[in-house]
Write a protein that binds this ligand. Structure first.
Ligand SMILES: *Cc1c(COP(=O)(O)O)cnc(C)c1O
Length: 370
């Protein structure tokens, strides 16, 4: 019999299925646990702004009509916040959608795309899918970003430089003076994509406002943001990009699907954006708990990366996938890292106080059972 998958392109065969982790239902059924700490996907334990409650009541009327394909009201609000033109904002069905859009728009077969390693897998996968070559800049032994190597890779004029700041899964980040060196090394032919999925948590003196630093440089850049993390809207799927130039943004808009963000997501994002109190609370809570969980991990003897995200990346000093099975038996979902060289590392999200305690108790329990 002929191979039923023979229509599939070689590039598709090169990428692994996305490791999205288990859902609450899957864990309940498979591990027979009732109380679960879901700490594998960096979601906000406080949930979204209460302002979205009323919106969902309107779904019956809204569902009939196509959404605004550009999400103009949301784009205008975001453009105001960032001090750019409305035409410089693009919406995505999650920022992951935009990672695909960017790769589709610029990566030609054989092109080099530079990223940090360990990496957010989608930064690599969509590059591979387009026939591009991934160039990884690995973190230093202390798990901070290797700026010198990054800068020399940027100088070599890759097609695109795409990395998250703060870095997922590691949590470490480029400070403003370091980010300035990356900008300085950037050639006009290279597109710089800074994925700022965790920027809301990182904001502060030692974290650059990428848009502000890039705005007047005349270079080509995109800053990606999401409503999935600090805004607590992961289930609705909405993210956005701020683009250096309106005509460049126009081409990115051609390579996304026309109605990629739905009406509930657009309205919820607008409501979430307006509720700055809730955002502040979510951030303050995560930062407080991160300090507490980090201290407990240190006390238990684990080494971890510095983090400006709502997660910690620690060396479990044993196979992380096997360890995560032990966690699951105890009702805790974490993210065991699987990339080469980092398969003893676990990324754990900062959840509610109860979830964080559940995680720490499970870890102590696992340690003492050995
Ligand atoms: C979570 C995450 C995303 C994806 O966010 P969505 O908007 O939910 O698609 C993108 N980039 C990084 C680095 C992330 O951690």
């Amino acid at each position: 019999m002929a191979d039923p998958t023979r229509a599939i392109r070689d590039e598709v065969r090169l990428i692994a299925p996305y490791n999205a982790g288990l859902t609450l239902d899957e864990v309940r059924q498979r591990y027979k646990v009732d109380v679960i700490a879901k700490l594998g996907s960096n979601e906000n334990p406080l949930g979204p702004s209460g302002a979205i409650r009323g919106l969902l009541d309107g779904i019956h009327d809204l569902a009939r009509l196509y959404p605004d394909p550009e999400g103009r009201e949301l784009c205008a609000a975001l453009a105001r916040d960032f001090g750019v033109g409305d035409g410089q904002i693009i919406l995505g069905n999650g920022s992951e959608d935009l990672i695909a859009v960017l790769c589709r728009s610029v990566v030609r077969p054989g092109d080099t795309v530079t990223t940090l390693y360990p990496s957010f897998p989608l930064h690599e996968d969509y590059t591979t899918l387009m026939g591009g070559k991934v160039e990884r800049v690995e973190v230093k032994p202390d798990l901070t970003i290797d700026l010198d190597t990054l800068v020399s890779c940027v100088r070599a004029e890759p097609r695109m430089v795409m990395f998250s700041n703060p870095m997922n899964p590691v949590g470490s980040w480029l400070a403003p003076h370091e980010f300035a060196k990356v900008i300085e090394a950037l050639d006009d032919e290279t597109l710089l994509v800074v994925d700022e999925a965790y920027a809301e948590y990182a904001k502060g003196e030692d974290y650059p406002s990428a848009v502000e630093m890039l705005r007047d440089t005349g270079k080509n850049w995109v800053v990606l943001r999401t409503f999935s993390k600090a805004y607590g809207l992961a289930g609705l799927r909405i993210g956005y990009g701020i683009v250096s130039d309106q005509s460049l943004c126009g081409f990115f808009n051609r390579t996304r699907t026309p109605f990629n963000t739905n009406v509930i997501a657009q309205l919820s994002a607008l409501a979430a954006l307006a509720d700055t109190d809730h955002l502040r609370q979510s951030i303050d809570f995560a930062l407080r708990e991160r300090i507490r969980v980090a201290a407990a991990l240190t006390e238990l003897g684990y080494r971890m990366a510095p983090s400006k995200g709502n997660f910690l990346f620690f060396d479990a000093t044993e196979n992380a996938s096997r360890l995560s099975e032990e966690f699951l038996k105890r009702g805790v979902i974490v993210k065991p890292w699987k990339q080469a060289g980092f398969d003893t590392f676990v990324r754990v999200s900062i959840g509610s106080a109860e979830e964080n305690n559940h995680f720490l108790q499970a870890l102590r329990d696992i340690k003492s059972s050995r």
